[in-house]
Design a protein around this ligand. Structure first.
Ligand SMILES: [Zn+2]
Length: 472
């Protein structure tokens, strides 16, 4: 308990009071993260989500289908399992719709850690067929990125010869391999045409982004996208305030009248402590997707404000701090985040590891250099991320180590420093450089395409204010 008294209370009571962030805001986000992690759209990605990765994870199917001319090619052949074969249970007996005159189907549910080659050998399928499928064309390698919990349908013809392999990627796309007479395979991606319908929602923060997002009718997926779009501007764990507001314009995806799931956020506004931040999704002619503010600046910053999740600030940047262990005035040139031992620590920006080792009171420390001007330091680690060394390049958000209490630390926490031209700056308030502003050649196109969305956001926001202000 001494740790608690020393470190948490004596060092920063005023800020903590002022900040006044209830724990449940944070838990709410954690719930959103967990809930979303299990969501099918995201289960194919293990990297940290960014607005870009989210947008790329949800394909623009209508365009794709139009481009490839496959509009009507879906699931019409007799030996292809009908629309939703795998969802009809894990029985090995093919359902009525899966039966055909020529193919006998067997379902294999992918287990955790199971590779396609392991599945082939457990189902007594040949290595040659596996090789021929995976190397058939440029989409066939997708068979190698199968996900645990999903199913493969294995088809044999009446003579017992392996003839088909189908992997159902999601509710609207499946990968199908068909064996040809010469022993090679034809691999195709079959997609159903999706309708994208535009929806809007607005909400006010009372409890957490997750709970109030739910109350506004948003799905976990959309809430997570929203949190990711504004992640560089708003710390949803530490800086959300009662009365903050949000407006979202997003897609819902349908096949005919059947709701498939949420699509992309097209535009969103978040008002944090009275300060409005608006953002619009834009895809340039090369297909690069990102979220931008009205000036065409990327919502992404070159650095994460907070290089750790699931943590709380336990000590701030303070050049006149009384050190909790040494008990004398010693400048605190960084921010401390109290977190459980083993919590992952992320590199705040793209860069190169220039130091990795023990350093006195810092304990196990990693320093990342970001170009000429910036460097970041992460101290008191319990261990380093495997496979990295001095000279390794790291990406923003990539894990570089884990929280611990090595060196001079009264409890497990991350000590984080941010230096500009070698000078320590407060990581919580330093102006972070933008990452990738919109390219000059796309600026005019962006301004034209985003104008209507920004107008709609404006209207949505003012409707919300009008509704909230009706006297009761
Ligand atoms: Zn510290």
């Amino acid at each position: 308990m001494r740790y608690r008294n020393d470190l948490y209370q004596s060092t920063n009571p005023p800020e903590d009071k002022k900040n006044n962030t209830p724990k449940h805001l944070f838990i709410g986000i954690a719930c959103a993260v967990l809930a979303t992690a299990s969501y099918a759209f995201f289960s194919e990605k293990t990297e940290p989500l960014t607005p870009e990765t989210i947008a790329l994870t949800i394909p623009d199917l209508t365009t794709k289908i139009e481009q490839t001319g496959k509009r009507d090619s879906l699931i019409t052949e007799p030996d292809i399992p009908a629309i939703n074969p795998i969802a009809q249970g894990s029985s090995n007996i093919p359902t009525q719709s899966m039966q055909s005159l020529t193919t006998i189907w067997r379902e294999h549910k992918v287990k955790s850690g199971e590779s396609l080659s392991a599945i082939f050998s457990s189902n007594e399928l040949s290595k040659l067929d596996l090789h021929n499928i995976v190397h058939s064309n440029d989409i066939s390698s997708q068979f190698a990125s199968i996900i645990p919990g999903k199913s493969l349908m294995i088809g044999h013809d009446l003579s017992g010869e392996f003839s088909h392999l189908i992997y159902k990627k999601n509710a609207y796309a499946e990968l199908k391999a068909t064996k040809l007479d010469d022993g090679s395979f034809k691999v195709e991606l079959l997609e159903k045409e999706l309708d994208q319908r535009i929806n809007t929602a607005t909400g006010v923060i009372h409890t957490s982004l997750f709970i109030d997002g739910k109350n506004a009718g948003l799905s976990d997926n959309i809430i997570m996208q929203l949190a990711n779009i504004f992640a560089w501007d708003i710390d949803f764990a530490l800086n959300l305030h009662e009365g903050d507001r949000f407006s979202v314009i997003y897609e819902n995806l349908y096949i005919g009248s059947e709701f498939i799931g949420p699509g992309k956020i097209l535009a969103a506004e978040f008002i944090n402590q009275g300060k409005s931040i608006k953002s619009v999704r834009y895809q340039n002619a090369e297909g690069k997707v990102s979220y931008y503010n009205s000036g065409g600046n990327s919502m992404r910053k070159a650095f994460l404000r907070t290089p750790i999740d699931f943590a709380r600030i336990s000590s701030r940047f303070n050049l006149k701090r009384k050190h909790p262990v040494l008990n004398r005035i010693r400048a605190h040139k960084g921010v401390d985040y109290a977190a459980k031992t083993g919590t992952p620590i992320k590199s705040a920006g793209d860069g190169k590891i220039t130091y990795r080792g023990r350093n006195g009171g810092y304990g196990r420390v990693v320093i990342v250099q970001h170009g000429q001007k910036y460097s970041t330091l992460y101290a008191h680690m319990s261990k380093y991320r495997k496979g990295q060394r001095v000279g390794s390049r790291v990406k923003q958000g990539q894990v570089i180590g884990y929280v611990g209490r090595s060196g001079l630390a009264s409890g497990p926490h991350l000590h984080y420093e941010f230096r500009v031209n070698g000078v320590h700056r407060n990581p919580l308030t330093v102006t972070l450089p933008n990452a990738n502003p919109i390219q000059a050649k796309y600026k005019a196109d962006f301004l034209e395409k985003s104008r209507i969305l920004f107008q709609q956001l404006e209207q949505l926001g003012s409707t919300q204010v009008a509704v909230t202000n009706i006297p009761k």
